[in-house]
Write a protein that binds this ligand. Structure first.
Ligand code: DI6
Ligand code: FE
Length: 412
């Protein structure tokens, strides 16, 4: 008899627990006919059902009737704070203009920069709220939010503060990322190096000092910043003690992923054009490869990320929404699970790993969330499904029965 459950405040019984724990050598780390208990916001206990005697238990008992429990979903790459929307540009693209052409003509990201600068913190919070709630209702318990539509010190700080204010009212974990190097701001059109200097010397130190972000990201691409500029950002980020992330190899191969790996980046994201040299670099650094099928789908791209090679080198793959107004206005991580499988050929198990365990690592939270393991935060989802593959298989039916955040049932 295992008696550790006696100290738990709440216990879920008769569950199929998809732990996603790599030490449990079943697919999804699945434990059938198990019970899981929580105490003080953490998972305190997991054991086979028959090893516990509930007669003596004082806390809440929830009978799952054999349904699946999974870790809370983690959206490790979003741009969900922004002003306005870009449906005009969507129409332009369907009339034959490419994302790159629109961007070069001053539309694209810069159109959102204008709309974002025009709003104050509360205005940004208000516009982002429905997007955040859409993610939350599907089972997201940790969300990353990037800045990157302000592009001045004041407006980038405003975005990061808005993210904190927004999430404060919800049962959610937030990780914030400074993405000041998202586009060259209008004020620096012919002097992008001067803008990089501003980011390195003023923005990164201030954001770090105020604790407004845990990581720094850069859009390394022909239409944005070069690998050499990315390197300067990485040096400043390391100095400030923040995590490193990069948008790399989305539209071409600038070898940004390789460079980021040499700085022990938490994750490299997009990666359609990533090559084997880049993958070898990721292997060496243990960096997570984040795939964003929503942007691939929405931009009508055809070049797919090298999933077979990533698998061959056993690179941890994360899957995220990239929720943003230009290349992926789709507020659904469940849809990304399905797209990851259909568009990129991930298995349903890889897709779920990508939105739990590997997403946690991509945010530097691998020890806190991402698997159902004793000692980690009790962020869990109880689903009306009997096989975890259903999460990637079906879309549009919200099969969430309970959303458990830090041990508290916050949505049922
Ligand atoms: N890559 C993307 O797909 C988004 N940002 C980035 O660096 C697009 C952002 C936008 O178009 O607003
Ligand atoms: Fe992005």
């Amino acid at each position: 008899m295992n008696s550790a459950y006696q100290n738990c405040q709440r216990i879920w019984i008769n569950a199929q627990i998809a732990t996603l724990d790599p030490l449990i050598k079943t697919s999804y780390g699945l434990l059938k006919d198990h019970a899981i208990g929580v105490k003080d916001g953490k998972i305190a206990f997991i054991s086979p059902q028959q090893e516990i005697d509930l007669n003596a238990f004082q806390g809440d008992i929830i009978d799952t009737h054999g349904h699946c429990l999974t870790p809370g979903l983690i959206d490790s790459h979003t741009h969900l704070i922004y002003g306005g929307q870009r449906s005009v540009e969507f129409s332009q693209r369907l009339n034959g203009n490419t994302y790159e052409e629109i961007s070069r003509a001053g539309g694209g990201i810069l159109a959102t920069v204008t709309a974002t600068r025009a709003l104050d913190e509360d205005g940004l919070v208000e516009q982002a709220q429905p997007r955040l709630e859409a993610l939350l209702k599907e089972g997201v318990t940790t969300v990353e939010i990037k800045s990157g539509y302000g592009l001045t010190l004041k407006d980038e700080l405003k975005m990061l503060r808005a993210a904190k204010k927004l999430v404060k009212n919800y049962p959610l974990r937030l990780r914030s990322t400074l993405l000041a190097a998202h586009a060259i701001p209008p004020e620096y059109q012919n002097s992008s190096d001067a803008y990089i200097k501003l980011i390195c010397e003023e923005m990164i130190p201030q954001v770090a000092a105020e604790g407004l972000a845990e990581a720094v990201d850069i859009f390394c691409e022909k239409i944005a910043f070069s690998a050499a500029q990315s390197e300067q950002i990485f040096v400043a980020t390391q100095k400030a003690g923040l995590g490193i992330k990069i948008h790399a190899e989305q539209l071409s191969n600038s070898h940004g992923a390789e460079l980021a790996a040499s700085f022990s980046a938490w994750s490299v994201d997009h990666l359609e054009y990533l090559d084997e040299t880049g993958i070898k670099a990721l292997k060496k650094s243990g960096t997570v490869a984040t795939l964003l099928p929503g942007a691939f789908y929405f931009l009508g791209e055809t070049k797919k990320p090298p999933v077979a090679l990533l698998r061959q080198y056993q690179i941890p793959i994360a899957l995220a929404s990239d929720l943003n107004p230009g290349s992926c206005p789709l507020a659904s991580l469940r849809l990304m699970l399905n797209m990851g499988c259909i568009l990129f050929g991930l298995t349903p198990e890889e897709a779920l790993q990508g939105t739990t365990r590997n997403a946690a690592t991509a945010l530097g939270l691998g020890d806190t969330v991402g698997t159902l393991t004793v000692g980690k935060a009790a962020d869990m989802l109880l689903w009306n499904i009997d096989n975890p593959a259903q999460l990637a298989y079906q879309f549009g039916q919200n099969s969430l029965l309970q959303r458990i955040f830090a041990g508290e049932i916050s949505y049922a």
